[in-house]
Design a protein around this ligand. Structure first.
Ligand code: ZN
Length: 231
């Protein structure tokens, strides 16, 4: 079920206080229009009744696609807050888990921290791709091109639109300017090869160790190991 409730917020332009209705959760099977709104950058968009300023409120949101057994939780925050937010998310999940009957098998909840990650993950899972293997491919792309693709300043995003039967497409994003820069391709046969390789128990374990979740991100993994190395 989708759910929304009134929030009192302050317009970032004129600072007028206003009460607006914002979504906490969307079920895109029941309400496909809400998926369209999200993709069009219109979900939780507000027009200030005082000054007419239009803006988007980035807040915690549960994206639910029951047909695909897909749940993604968007927990917006600054990069420095990721670890803390991940821990809060895990605590909440544990609380939900212990409140559920034993026989209930809850779907995996993906955790994302930015709107870009949310949209990317939706496209990825709708294309029946494995998020850990895709992040592993990004991890290789970063590791082989550390000079050019510094995870501190560049994100690699999966590009569903240009991907086809032959190639999976990625695009790099400059995180200072937010501009998309370079197209990268990965042979789909090589992806299938990785899927087969990671299907073996010992390899699955290695992939799980690299990306235990709930936030599965090659860039975050590289930044984390950098941070640990300089601690
Ligand atoms: Zn205003």
């Amino acid at each position: 079920m989708s759910s929304s409730r009134p929030y009192t917020i302050v317009c970032p332009q004129c600072e007028a206080e206003q009460e607006v209705e914002l979504y906490d959760a969307i079920n895109v099977q029941e309400a496909p229009a809400l998926r369209d709104e999200l993709m069009a950058n219109q979900l939780n968009a507000v027009t200030c009744p005082h000054c007419g300023f239009q803006y988007r409120v980035d807040k915690q949101l549960l994206y639910h696609d029951p047909e695909r057994r897909l749940m993604i939780y968007w927990f917006p925050g600054q990069e420095g807050e990721y670890r803390q937010n991940r821990d809060l998310f895990l605590q909440t999940l544990q609380a939900i888990d212990s409140a559920l009957p034993d026989e209930f098998d809850p779907p995996t909840v993906h955790l994302v921290f930015t709107r870009t990650e949310l949209i990317e993950r939706i496209y990825l899972l709708e294309a029946d791709l494995n998020e850990r293997v895709i992040e592993y491919i990004k991890y290789m792309m970063y590791s082989r091109n550390l000079e050019r693709l510094d995870p501190r300043s560049k994100a690699i995003l999966f590009n569903a639109e240009d991907s086809n039967d032959q190639a999976l497409c990625f695009v790099t994003q400059n995180l200072e300017t937010m501009q998309l820069e370079e197209m990268l391709e990965f042979d789909r046969k090589a992806y299938e090869g990785l899927m087969e390789m990671f299907d073996q128990d010992d390899q699955t374990a290695q992939l799980m160790e690299l990306f235990p979740g709930p936030h599965i991100s090659a860039r975050a993994l590289l930044l984390d190991s950098n941070a640990d190395a300089t601690d």
